[in-house]
Ligand binder design. Structure first.
Ligand code: F6P
Length: 320
């Protein structure tokens, strides 16, 4: 490859900027020309493509969001849209593309690779729902935000001896709920991967108060349902718990990325560039056991990420 482009697509995540910086600076270091595509696949179809130099990615490693912006693009899901995108890249002589995003973004990269563009996918999402990588870029920061919020909720819940139900993001995955729940010492973690009975949940919460606990934190992954619904269910069963719902929403997607996310993004961005130079294409970059790994995009998209049941059981044991 001689000319590569980079885009961010789907929901943004903290650390995407660090990944863009790594792709641009590694690409330039290895003698490639590097282009940025604004607003994901929509920007590609609009030919919103510009040359990036070393300075164009200065002062962004610490910033949340993505300087390249992101968009959802229906046109790119059609074969005509994909042909058009590949042609636009060819016309500019761009033969390599790094796509930073989640599942949907990976599928676009796979299509472009079939049309002759060498592609690499980087896992950029707070949800940690991409297989063949232990962590996705943004997950660690999002978990930190949830833990910080729960710390604050604990203060006021303890003062009033109330229950707090915190709804967190994650789409269909319970990873944010699990990791934040364990780190925050939540009494209950409700995730789509593990069935639960609300009668038992409410009874256990009551018993915990009776045993001397001064608060009860329930973390609900959005894949399970709304925090407000869980609050209503608890109120019906144990009104004395006075449960309150907090929905953290898009706050979880903002703010400065943690050192872990910045370093993960930096390593993955550089690895994607070196893999393109080595002639690889249609691959997802990930980190498994601390090592950088490449996996066929088809395989990544077709494989559901394994939920960490051991960690879930540990969280249950420790929340007595
Ligand atoms: O994939 C990231 C994510 O924040 C999910 O956790 C959530 O379900 C979804 O995006 C929200 O999407 P939107 O930003 O379009 O409301």
């Amino acid at each position: 490859v001689k000319k590569i482009a980079v885009l961010t697509s789907g929901g943004d995540s903290q650390g995407m900027n660090a990944a863009v910086r790594a792709v641009v600076r590694s690409g330039l270091f290895y003698g490639l020309e590097v282009f940025g595509i604004q607003r994901g696949y929509q920007g590609l179809l609009n030919n919103d493509i510009f040359s990036m130099d070393i300075r164009s990615v200065g002062d962004i490693i610490q910033r949340g969001g993505t300087i390249l912006q992101s968009a959802r693009c229906l046109e790119f899901k059609t074969p005509e849209g994909q042909q058009k995108g590949a042609q636009i890249l060819r016309d500019r002589g761009i033969d390599g593309l790094v796509v930073i995003g989640g599942d949907g973004s990976y599928q676009g990269a796979e299509k472009l690779s079939k049309l002759g563009i060498k592609t690499m996918g980087l896992p950029g999402t707070i949800d940690n729902d991409i297989s063949f990588t232990d962590y996705t870029i943004g997950f660690d920061t999002a978990v930190g935000i949830v833990v910080d919020a729960v710390n604050k909720l604990r203060d006021t819940m303890s003062s009033h001896e109330r229950a707090s139900v915190v709804e967190v993001m994650g789409r269909h995955a319970g990873d944010i709920a699990l990791h934040a729940g364990l780190a925050a010492g939540a009494e209950t973690i409700l995730v789509p991967e593990v069935p639960f009975d609300l009668n038992e949940v409410a009874d256990r919460m009551r018993q915990n108060f009776d045993k001397g606990k001064r608060h009860s934190i329930v973390i609900v992954a959005e894949g399970v349902g709304k925090g407000e619904e869980v609050v209503q269910a608890i109120k019906e069963r144990q009104p004395s718990l006075e449960p309150r719902a907090t929905v953290l929403g898009h706050i979880q997607r903002g703010g400065s990325p943690t050192p872990f996310d910045r370093n993960l993004a930096s390593r993955l961005g550089d690895f994607a560039v070196r893999s393109l130079i080595a002639g690889e294409s249609n691959k997802a970059c990930g980190m498994i056991g601390g090592e950088m790994v490449l996996t066929d995009i088809e395989k990544v998209v077709a494989t559901k990420k394994q939920f960490d049941m051991e960690l879930y059981e540990l969280a249950s044991r420790l929340s007595q």
